[in-house]
Design a binder for this molecule. Structure first.
Ligand code: TRP
Length: 377
């Protein structure tokens, strides 16, 4: 089974490089573009609609907050309309057991609300609750080649990890989930997607789908926008083993953790053997990570924080960062506890309202798409 003629053989190749290493190069381009976009967003927040989201594989952690959730709250507060997908179907891209999804979805919702996402201004919905969104997948799949799906570096990395874990081939869902994401983004005409660099290849597929759909079915008047990535300002947060913080690695500091667990987490965190604290992300990633976390919560630059600690060493750095995180997360944690102790009713209502709104929009989009494709009977 192979698709021999790419749907847009006559159009020039996209500006984004596709060969290995492409992520790094396109990340630089996306960062430059982000700076331009930030200026436009500040001037005209009403022209943007954000779609982004998370897989409900567990409660959110510090990496989520610094990497994307805080950025979403900032955009929301600037007046940008926000759609947040809790991507439950994505949980089974790389595992068989999705766990207790209703409980996990509530944990994610608690984290969103506690972090400051406001359901009056931001629509939160679950992927599986919006059937019309998923129906867009079929026409969208016709617009990409198998080769394009197979060379997506993020999918490749996930496939390798899943292969090691489960010792079997990659599922069709894993290969095609970037096309689901195109549907996630395009069903609500999202034109801004705040993501980490690992998601850039997916966004490129979304842009390709939008462009080819427009060329094929809406040449006179483009129907879908080609959304832009907005790269979050902060960098990757490391877990207590020095690798990227991730739920599945078991190295994460959950936002909902207690103060004691927070203290213990930073006690375990890796440092290095050098006495004087300096901010050198390439050469001293563990120290730089702590400085970046501390800088986020103290609103200082990592360089200034390093300077302040200087020869007091890693012990002092850890104490400063622990204190900053415990204090910085206190309002979020207090609010989270209040919301959690009020029971699931409020959360379920927030989700029901979000799902209803997403369904309304998805139904309209699917109807338009059917009309454009000549499938209205
Ligand atoms: N894949 C994203 C993650 O791993 C979640 C997600 C689903 C998403 N659909 C999306 C992100 C659309 C951006 C746009 O967390």
């Amino acid at each position: 089974m192979s698709v021999t003629t790419p749907p847009e053989a006559t159009t020039p190749p996209s500006a984004t490089p596709r060969e290995p290493g492409g992520i790094t190069r396109s990340a630089a381009a996306a960062r430059e573009r982000t700076a331009v976009l930030e200026g436009q967003i500040a001037r005209n927040p009403g022209e943007y609609r954000v779609l982004t989201g998370d897989r409900p594989t567990g409660a959110l952690h510090l990496g989520h907050l610094l990497g994307t959730v805080a950025n979403r709250v900032r955009l929301q507060d600037l007046g940008v309309e926000m759609f947040l997908i809790v991507a439950d179907y994505q949980v089974i891209t790389d595992r068989d057991d999705a766990g207790d999804l209703p409980a996990t979805v509530r944990e994610v919702l608690l984290d969103y609300l506690a972090a400051g996402l406001d359901p009056e201004r931001s629509t939160v919905f679950t992927h599986s609750a919006v059937p019309a969104l998923n129906q867009l997948l079929l026409p969208f799949l016709s617009l990409v080649t198998v080769a394009e799906l197979e060379r997506n570096p993020t999918v490749k990395a996930e496939a390798e990890a899943a292969l090691l874990r489960q010792k079997r081939g990659i599922s069709g869902l894993l290969l095609t989930y970037p096309v689901h994401q195109a549907a996630d983004i395009l069903f609500c005409h999202g034109n801004l997607v705040p993501v980490g660099v690992d998601q850039l290849p997916h966004l490129e597929i979304t842009r390709t789908v939008a462009r080819r759909f427009n060329q094929r079915y809406a040449a006179a008047r483009p129907y879908f926008p080609e959304p832009d990535a907005l790269i979050a300002p902060s960098t990757t947060v490391l877990g207590d083993d020095g690798r990227r913080m991730s739920k599945s690695r078991g190295n994460a500091l959950e936002l909902r953790a207690s103060d004691d667990d927070t203290v213990a987490f930073f006690r375990r965190a890796k440092t290095d053997a050098e006495r004087v604290i300096t901010f050198e992300p390439e050469r001293r990633p563990e120290i730089a990570n702590l400085l970046q976390i501390g800088a986020y919560f103290t609103k200082m630059s990592p360089e200034a924080l390093a300077e302040e600690i200087g020869s007091a060493g890693a012990g002092r750095l850890k104490a400063v960062v622990t204190e900053a995180v415990v204090e910085g997360l206190r309002p979020l944690r207090t609010r989270r506890r209040e919301l959690a102790s009020a029971g699931p009713r409020h959360l379920d209502e927030v989700l029901a309202r979000g799902n209803a709104r997403a369904n309304e929009i998805a139904d309209r989009t699917l109807d338009d798409v059917r009309g454009l494709m000549g499938m209205r009977y």
